[in-house]
Design a protein around this ligand. Sequence first.
Ligand code: C2E
Ligand code: MG
Ligand code: MG
Length: 577
Amino acid sequence: MPKPSEQSILVIDDDDALRRSIVAYLQDSGFQVYEASGGQEGLTLFERLRPDLVLTDLMMPELDGLGVVTAIRHRSPDTPVVIISGNGSVSYAIETVRQGAWDYITKPIHDFAALEQVIAKINDRLLDIATTRRQQALLEQSVADHARRLQQLGSLDPLTGLPMRQQLRQQFDTIVAHANRPKDLFVMLLDLDHLKAVNKALGHECGDQLLVETANRLKEHKPATATVGRLGADQFVVMITDCNEVHGCIQNVRKVLAPPFHLQGSELFITACLGIAVFPHDGESLDTLLQHANAALSQAKLLGVNKYAFYSAELGERLRERMSRESGLHRALERNEFFLEYQPKVKADSGAICGAEALLRWKPLHHAGLIPPIEFIPILEETGMIVEVGRWVLETACRQLISWQIPDSLPLQVSVNISAVQFHTGDLPSMVADVLAATGIAPHCLCLELTESIIMQDSAQTIATLQKLRDLGVQLSLDDFGTGYASLNYLQRMPLSELKIDRSFVKDLPDDKNAVAIVKSVLSLAESLSLTVVAEGVENREQAILLAEQGCHQLQGFHFSRPLSADHFQDLLQRTT
Ligand code: C2E
Ligand code: MG
Ligand code: MG
């Protein structure tokens, strides 16, 4: 039985004295009680508070007890209303019961015995209602669960009504089983190019609308032998049998999407990338075909928007390799497969070592050699693992620097590469602050190398993050300068301390006049912004001399040293200082 304190009663009576005594009695009995001095006020309170029970006087000016009963029955048929009736109006009270009142008690209420009885009955009644409600809720829950399970099984997509994976699989099996010698069957995976942007710019409701409209267009205009389904997010599947001309089908999809979409007053032009796998050549089950179509889709997306690609064996090989790299990388940190090499940076005038760039290396346990950074760093970035690995790099490099610092000599600086993903996800400044605190390295001895793609996002947030980093006291360097589009304008706004001229410019020194001119102008630009300039990829004496003559501050490259293990770097340091 529900405890009284969980139940609330609304008492409506225009007789103040009587109402207060009823209220006091009910409160003493442990109920939560609300009171109103008239029918209208009572209904307003009822709307707001939804009490479990209403006790209302019958004879009231304006809205009387019968009015209250009718209104409450209308709004909440389950809520019991009990009438408090005067002696002279019992027949009217009985009429209210006919109209839906639950019971009535008569005044004068001397000892509350009648009220107590009513409340006892009401308690039972409330209990019944609660039980019924609970059962109803359970029933509704199980119906909803069932529907959800059906959806999870992939029957029908609740948003677009299109078949999902499970049902597509059945249809695929039926098609394959019924064709004696199945002709080619194309599985086309279609991925909208702009859904994320639409969601971001116009909201998810608009994104949903876009999906529904796309589904409708695909359904309406599909060839007779095609089946359209949805795989989730922004991906649709079109399975086409007896298709003599697959390129015609591709054109068809493009034609279907070509007319503008009208979403919340905006006119949008939507394109899609397609990945295509062919039964039985590229796989015999729908799952394999979808997996291969997905690989082709990734290939298409690399080409840009509105592109398509067919699955190929070579693509499959690359896919397998990429997947095994990715799973290898997932374990690389805990297996200690990463290590750092350090490439010296030297002062252009004296050739003295003034710092080192930490470069990440990966040697998988059962792999003969190293995997080049260009092959695994993009995977770390795409999967977000770079955040964790990047922290490890930073911490390892800082600890290493501490162990090298040779007292009374030029303070060494260690440079660490920071990827755009690290910069834009998580809280880079607080990660850096943590590492500074944990390792005890002096902030000015740490230099973070950022790429132009980071700086180019000239947003308030980018500048704020850069400023926070500078406030920590660390140096900021712009790596691979010249390969992107960083203009003077951008540079002026960014709190940088160093520019690294990309080695593609250094490579053609000293003979190529263009390269010389570029290096000169970078140097004068840097001077006007008071930035230190480092030239990367210095491979010979001539380059070193020219760069030094032109006022470049620091040099880095194979001419001075290849990247070295920590031990070899230390040997070199000891030999040269
Ligand atoms: P980067 O930051 O521009 O690093 C310099 C690259 O140039 C290194 O390649 C280095 O070995 C190479 N190099 C140095 N001197 C010469 C030279 O004289 N000639 C030639 N041809 N090359 C030279 P590496 O080690 O293969 O690294 C490639 C890139 O991978 C780096 O370019 C950097 O963008 C990235 N990377 C390396 N370690 C990390 C890391 O810990 N985190 C992140 N996010 N990226 C890293
Ligand atoms: Mg670098
Ligand atoms: Mg570089």
